[in-house]
Ligand binder design. Structure first.
Ligand code: HEM
Length: 419
């Protein structure tokens, strides 16, 4: 079907996914598309776009909504090369039902609340080091803080350090681009394929080595976890599952958290009086600091959208959709739904229901790293609030060409002196 034959609703939705201005500011585009309803059917694509908070949340929690239906294909529908596929397939994000529960259960057994809580000191020290290195003058907050902090935290948690650290960063960068939905050029596909091969070679014997001689860190804990399977036998992560889900942890928490830090600083600086108000209360009680993190997540939605395919007929809003329908779930639009959030375009870190946001999705795939992301945001913004003179220097900010993982590539700020 040509563009001229598309309905106005389809054109308005297409603009969200394809127009270059969407990454700069997608919110007017969400509002325009929302004029067609909170649930917009697009028969041309056998799809439905969902904008409302209640409706998006219901789809995410529905057992009929399946994740990962396109994991074997690139953006043109062609099959992915084999090494890349072998790397992606065992990631929990692309599983449903019992196989998802098994993978998630095994990873959760190592990624415990205690392990996360123990990272607070590390996050604070790293943040302080990075801010001290930046000095009081002009610096790029993305390069100097938002990017290195989450990578260092998760690499150290996994126990990947020393010589392998750099190698892992290179490997995971290409996987991040693939998961983030950047159109995979032939060069990028080749790069990902060769990185995936190197990763699997590296990991081939690692799982059994780590089981025989555990090292400090989450990777050894992941190799050691076991759970009874359906037959009551002890089940562990296979070598490929260990690799895929370790890479998922590295990638999933990396760009998302960077985007939250960058866009969060920008949002606080754009709203008159918000930075001064925050700096006037730098020792926020933990509950308010967490509320600030949640409000920044709601307001910035580092993962703007996701999707599911219906595995069975499903009610969304007042309509029933057939099995096979593609659902486009606009998390960022749901986070600004005026039926759920009063004055949704206002950043209000004391908002009583900020935690109802869908920035971490909902249902079985609810972000496994949510507690770590909240901890990082709470600590980083607490530390930044010690710089009352912080100001953003440029009006034109640069965004990544990626609407799914919306984030800045550069944000020039002047920190000023630590108060
Ligand atoms: C601001 C930071 C973060 C945001 C906004 C975020 C958002 C999300 C979202 C929306 C999903 C669901 C995707 C979908 O269902 O399509 C997800 C899943 C996931 N996230 Fe996060 N995430 C963040 C940080 C992290 C961190 C720090 C980690 C781990 C270190 C992490 C690990 C994961 C994993 C493993 C999944 C897959 C869960 C599953 O399939 O069961 N995320 N995240």
């Amino acid at each position: 079907m040509t563009a001229t034959q598309l309905s106005q609703a389809a054109l308005d939705i297409q603009a969200i996914y394809q127009s270059p201005e969407a990454v700069q500011n997608p919110y007017p585009l969400y509002e325009r598309a929302r004029q067609h309803g909170e649930v917009v059917t697009v028969p041309e694509w056998n799809a439905v776009a969902v904008f409302g908070h209640e409706e998006v949340s219901a789809v995410l929690r529905s057992p009929a909504a399946l994740s990962g239906q396109f994991v074997g294909q690139d953006d043109t529908g062609s099959p992915l090369p084999s090494e890349t596929l072998k790397l992606l397939e065992p990631m929990m994000l692309f599983h449903n039902g019992p196989s998802h529960a098994r993978l998630r259960g095994l990873v959760n057994a190592a990624f415990t609340p205690r392990v996360v809580a123990e990272q607070e000191l590390l996050v604070r020290e790293l943040t302080r080091e990075l801010l001290a290195a930046a000095g009081p003058g002009r610096f790029d907050l993305i390069e100097g803080l938002a990017t290195p902090l989450p990578v260092s935290v998760i690499s150290r948690m996994l126990g990947l350090s020393g010589t392998d650290d750099g190698k892992f960063r290179r490997w995971t960068h290409s996987v991040a681009e693939l998961l983030g939905g950047v159109n995979a050029s032939p060069e990028l596909s080749e790069q990902i394929e060769s990185d995936a091969r190197e990763m699997r070679d590296y990991f081939r014997d690692l799982a059994s080595e780590l089981r025989a001689a555990p090292q400090p860190g989450l990777l050894s804990a992941l190799a050691a976890v076991s759970m009874p399977d359906e037959e009551g036998q002890d089940a562990q992560l296979s070598s490929d599952e260990l690799l895929a889900n370790a890479v998922l942890l590295l990638v999933a928490g990396h760009e998302t958290t960077s985007n939250l830090i960058g866009r969060g600083v920008l949002a606080l600086s754009e709203q008159a009086g918000a930075w001064a108000e925050l700096c006037a209360a730098p020792e926020l009680p933990a509950s308010l600091a967490t509320n600030l993190a949640d409000e920044l997540l709601r307001f910035t939605s580092p993962v703007q959208l996701t999707g599911r395919v219906l595995g069975a007929p499903t009610d969304i809003g007042a309509q029933t959709f057939a099995a096979g329908t593609h659902t486009m779930l606009l998390l960022a639009a749901a986070n600004r739904d005026p039926r759920t959030f009063a004055a949704p375009d206002q950043l209000d870190w004391q908002r009583p229901n900020a935690a109802r946001h869908l920035a971490f999705a909902s249902g079985p795939h609810y972000c496994l790293g949510a507690s770590l992301a909240r901890l990082e945001a709470r600590v980083v913004f607490g530390e930044l609030a010690r710089y009352p003179q912080l100001c953003v220097l440029e009006q034109a900010h640069e965004y990544r060409p990626n609407i799914t993982l919306r984030g800045l590539t550069r944000l020039e700020v002047e920190l000023g002196e630590r108060g």
